[in-house]
Design a protein around this ligand. Structure first.
Ligand SMILES: [Cu+2]
Length: 109
């Protein structure tokens, strides 16, 4: 095989990035009736989860897990926010407004 020149290399790298991102999964978790729509979810490294508030009041989404620490803040009905899970492990996600709301996200390699 011939060596690639610089322009071909740029195209190739772009293509690989496209292939990688198009394989990353996107999941949706609803916040409804003061609950997450499921108690657990398994995703792969690189996948993203979109949290959508379907209640007529504010919800928050945060995690203090070592694997993924984040705080999406509070947002009203109809809005959603996305998190990309970039490391393997278990991430416990909660709502700061409703302490009983929890979902465990298992991120696999
Ligand atoms: Cu809540």
């Amino acid at each position: 095989m011939k060596m690639m020149n610089k322009a071909q290399m740029v195209v190739f790298t772009g293509l690989m990035a496209f292939v990688y991102t198009s394989y990353a999964g996107e999941f949706e978790v609803l916040q409804k009736d003061k609950k997450f729509s499921q108690s657990g979810l398994t995703v792969k490294v690189g996948d993203s989860v979109n949290f959508k508030n379907e209640d007529p009041f504010f919800h928050n989404v945060f995690s203090l897990s070592d694997v993924k620490t984040f705080d999406l803040g509070s947002f009203p009905q109809g809005q959603s926010k996305k998190v990309i899970f970039d490391k393997p492990g278990t991430v416990e996600v909660e709502c700061a407004i409703h302490p009983s709301m929890k979902i465990n996200i298992e991120v696999r390699k």
